[in-house]
Write a protein that binds this ligand. Structure first.
Ligand code: FE2
Ligand code: FE2
Length: 327
């Protein structure tokens, strides 16, 4: 760097940049795309935001399966709006990831090549229309617990994307709960469908918060960087405490014999999910992993002509603007 007098001053060294970065983090100031950041911070964010974006996009599939079979026009319209919202969430998040210097096309490639992950929950099948309600209630409910603290994440573009997303997730949860309320007022067969769906989705929903804290090596660093604000176990506890009274109001039983109020702790005690199953599903061996990725790959291939047309159109526009600018 040269000063006005022509004398060179040393650029800020790595330690100085690091100290400035840490001061901003501890002062609750946001980090923005052009700010200096440690490589580890950038990489952690790319991994987390990409995984989140992939989950939104893959998450369209289990519910999307019921779009053509929704029991009424009203339910179809609601479900269609919800599934479209998830596509929008994916787009906000890919855009946030791009501010860190990666390309959306690469991220998609990494997803369909199995090099990047998405939430394990979307590898379970939707067997009845009650699953649509239970996904809204439990899966979007767990997503809200996870995501509300991310609105205060230290990385600006991620935090701002989360603010928009959380507003829609709240609608998703309510539509699911409302659907289940209606079904619970229906026939015994409908009530049974709801209970069966709750039995199948409860444990996978608890797994959405990730492994227990003792086995989550990245949590401590992510919290020091204020990317994450709470540990996996804290969020899981918050979700259980929030959900138990909702289940009671609905009239369903949560399938956990260890679930009970602990007055001393002021929280519910609950059992542990089958973490071996979680590892298997994450590793690719869940009920629907292969199907989800095959469909995503096919959709990507089918969309090639749209991407090519968009690039050609952009090039044409660029050429026209250049011609119009006087030399
Ligand atoms: Fe979403
Ligand atoms: Fe959602």
């Amino acid at each position: 760097m040269a000063t006005a007098t022509g004398r060179a001053t040393a650029p800020p060294d790595e330690a100085g940049l690091q100290a400035h970065f840490e001061a901003r983090i501890s002062g609750e100031q946001r980090i923005e795309p052009r700010d200096w950041m440690p490589e580890g911070y950038r990489k952690t964010l790319i991994r987390q935001i990409a995984q989140h974006a992939h989950s939104e996009i893959i998450g369209m599939q289990p519910e999307g399966d019921w779009l053509t079979r929704a029991p009424s026009l009203r339910r179809k319209a609601i479900l269609l709006a919800k599934v479209q919202d998830e596509a929008g969430h994916g787009l906000y998040l890919y855009a946030a990831a791009e501010t860190l210097g990666v390309e959306r096309a690469d991220l998609t490639q990494r997803l369909i090549n199995g090099r990047q992950k998405y939430s394990s929950i979307f590898n379970y099948p939707t067997l009845s229309f009650a699953d649509v309600g239970v996904i809204g209630w439990l899966v979007d409910g767990a997503a809200i617990c996870n995501q509300v603290p991310l609105c205060r994440s230290s990385y600006g573009p991620y935090a701002r994307a989360m603010v928009r997303i959380c507003k829609e997730e709240s609608f998703h949860q309510r539509q699911g709960y409302e659907l289940l309320m209606r079904m619970m007022e229906g026939t015994p067969a409908q009530r049974e469908m709801v209970q069966d769906a709750v039995d199948r989705w409860w444990w996978p929903a608890l797994m959405m918060f990730g492994p227990p804290d003792a086995e989550s090596p990245n949590t401590r660093q992510s919290m020091a960087w204020r990317i994450k604000r709470d540990t996996n176990d804290e969020l899981r506890q918050r979700f259980v405490d929030m959900t138990v009274p909702q289940a009671r109001r609905l009239g369903v039983t949560l399938p956990d014999p260890e679930l009970r109020w602990n007055a001393e702790r002021g929280h519910h005690d609950f059992g542990q999910p089958d973490w071996e199953e979680f590892k298997r599903v994450i590793a690719g061996d869940g009920p629907c992993n292969a199907e989800r990725i095959a469909r995503r790959r096919a959709a990507h291939d089918n969309g090639a002509w749209v991407r090519e047309a968009a690039v050609a159109h952009a090039a044409k526009r660029r050429a026209r603007t250049t011609e119009e600018v006087p030399a």
